[in-house]
Design a protein. Structure first.
Length: 352
């Protein structure tokens, strides 16, 4: 199949992650995370984040988010999130399930990002015993629509959290893209800005499988190992969940992969600037491009073999991973121009 940009999860495993898997595949080591690879990967996170954080490795992002949120809340608590949040729209109720009933409170945010006002509104609208007590705020960095919270915005959110007695969780399924876009140190974007727990995405960053959960305040991680085991997230051959991180983190590949995805999104966006028949639905700040245009154009684009999702407002979503081929990005741009240009030429014959 020609390369597609429907999801950053279409990509394979990057060579650096693959190489450290191969190294970890030599010989026999203890199981369940008692091995040198797991220790080395956890230490790579501590070095990168300049923090003596507690680090856990799980299989996917839904587990990372759900278990992290469950560990920060009681069953009678609530978790404040954006109406676009993956935890709300794409995790099949897992955060509620793993927390034994903590309720997601969905903000009516105008844009993609959560604001201090959104948080205040939800946290303060009810304070009586009949309402689930707000305890956590979760932000997605970058957002599901490819937008980036500045460090300042995260700091303002965390200040609001502290004022209201809330904890701050960050869904960083594409954290590398955010760090690459901001060009800042991971610490500045997380614990130094008041984030308590980060879920750092490995799968979309170039691994085959795996996410890391970082507790910047170790006392919050109490019992998290048991929570992972109970949820079926304790890898028996943990070295294979941990080792690819070594290839990503110790070599700086995590950041280069993020930069590459972002650069490809910029490249497509620049091309589309010159195509009047389409519009970008959101500012292109990370590795996502959402394209708005007439339905007929999308039909023609599909007929040319391109795959994409349209689950957000009917716009076509294109996501760029570590392996995105610049020639394919250019081919996509050319096909969009051809398919939607046609739409302009025949405005009286819209496709069904
Ligand atoms: C991909 C993604 C996840 C993780 O999804 P899984 O399929 O469970 O690994 C979490 N949050 C966001 C914003 C994502 O895009």
């Amino acid at each position: 199949m020609d390369q597609q940009f429907a999801s950053d999860n279409y990509a394979g495993i990057c060579p650096e992650a693959w190489e450290s898997m191969a190294q970890a595949n030599r010989g026999s080591v203890p199981a369940y995370g008692e091995d040198i690879w797991t220790e080395r990967a956890a230490n790579a996170f501590r070095t990168l984040f300049e923090s003596d954080c507690d680090v856990f490795f799980v299989f996917n992002g839904t587990a990372a988010n759900s278990l992290a949120l469950a560990s920060l809340s009681q069953s009678y608590n609530s978790v404040i999130c954006s109406r676009f949040a993956h935890v709300e729209t794409d995790e099949c109720g897992a955060p509620e399930f793993f927390s034994n009933g903590a309720k997601l409170l969905i903000a009516r945010n105008e844009g993609s990002k959560l604001t201090p006002d959104d948080i205040r509104q939800l946290a303060l609208c009810r304070t009586d015993i009949h309402y689930p007590k707000p305890r956590v705020v979760t932000v997605t960095q970058p957002t599901e629509t490819g937008e980036i919270y500045s460090i300042r915005e995260i700091e303002e959110i965390s200040a609001t959290c502290r004022e209201l007695g809330l904890l701050l969780h960050m869904d960083g399924a594409r954290f590398a893209n955010a760090a690459a876009a901001l060009g800042c140190k991971p610490a500045d974007l997380t614990w130094k800005a008041g984030v308590d727990v980060l879920c750092f995405g490995g799968t979309k960053n170039g691994m085959g499988v795996g996410e890391a959960v970082l507790f910047f305040r170790r006392e919050r991680a109490d019992g998290f190992d048991y929570r992972c085991k109970q949820a079926g997230q304790l890898a028996s051959k943990m070295r294979f969940l941990a080792a690819p991180w070594i290839g990503l983190l110790e070599t700086g590949t995590w950041l280069r992969n993020g930069q590459h995805g972002n650069a490809c999104a910029q490249r497509l966006a620049r091309h589309l600037d010159h195509v009047p028949a389409v519009e970008l639905m959101f500012p292109v700040e990370a590795n996502a491009v959402f394209v708005k245009g007439a339905p007929g154009g999308f039909d023609r684009l599909k007929a040319r073999g391109w795959r994409f999702y349209t689950f957000i407002g009917g716009a076509a979503r294109f996501m760029f991973a570590w392996d995105a081929d610049l020639a394919r990005v250019d081919a996509l741009a050319a096909d969009i121009e051809a398919c939607f240009g046609q739409e302009l030429a025949t405005p009286t014959h819209p496709s069904p």
